[in-house]
Design a protein around this ligand. Structure first.
Ligand SMILES: [Fe+2]
Length: 224
């Protein structure tokens, strides 16, 4: 992705979040220059737990159809790494029909929440032992604590305010029917080790630096 495209997506997201009355931590709005001027020790948790802006097109150069903007508000780790926090929270913006592609997590258990405006649709499959789509067996999920049984590949539609708990090894793809603000509350998030995409696609895009950074992505922290 070009940096200019990422900058525009983040500027648009800031306006949309304000419109939705959803506010981010103060460092979400820092310039890259401000990030560079800060004491890295104070920012250690933010930097190492990769909290912050995350824009991906899965390397497919078709962001508005296959991609999403995420912001990791909080994220934990094991006690051994110094932050005994077993949970994570993200906010995600999905444009109309913009898709997050099929993946599952070996470890992360997550609630995906419709925080408002459009309808959030998810297509769900169990994973087979070979980590392919299980096209035979029904999928059991809980919608705000209510048990639902869907056929393999069934589509779940969540209205604003509704959420679903996705267990480990549950293949999920989701998109907005209309633009949707999506919340995610989960166990610890590790995008480097815990995403099994159905297609071999990268989680983080390559970036072409065609203009200065407006807000850093979590993948930019390594340059600090
Ligand atoms: Fe997921």
């Amino acid at each position: 992705m070009k940096r200019s495209e990422i900058n525009k997506i983040i500027r648009d997201a800031e306006l949309y979040l304000e419109e939705m009355n959803f506010y981010l931590p103060e460092w979400a709005y820092w310039s890259w220059e401000t990030w560079k001027s800060k004491d890295k020790k104070e920012l250690h948790e933010v930097l190492t737990k990769e909290m912050g802006w995350d824009v991906t097109d899965f390397g497919l150069n078709d962001f508005y159809n296959k991609g999403m903007l995420l912001f990791t508000i909080r994220n934990g780790s094991t006690p051994e790494s110094g932050y005994a926090k077993p949970y994570c929270e993200k906010i995600i913006i999905l444009e109309n029909e913009q898709k997050c592609l099929y993946h599952f997590h070996w470890d992360k258990l997550e609630d995906i929440i419709n925080r408002g405006k459009g309808i959030l649709k998810l297509q769900l499959f169990n994973a087979t032992a070979e980590e392919e789509l299980d096209k035979d067996n029904p999928v059991i999920v809980y919608v705000d604590g209510i048990r639902k049984e869907l056929p393999a590949g069934g589509i779940l539609a969540l209205n604003p305010g509704q959420s679903v708990t996705l267990p480990q090894r549950n293949y999920h793809s989701f998109w907005g029917d209309g633009k949707v603000l999506v919340g995610e509350v989960s166990k610890i998030n590790d995008d480097h080790t815990d995403n099994r995409f159905l297609e071999a696609i990268p989680r983080f895009p390559e970036i072409v630096e065609d203009e200065p950074i407006y807000r850093p992505l979590i993948s930019d922290y390594k340059s600090l």
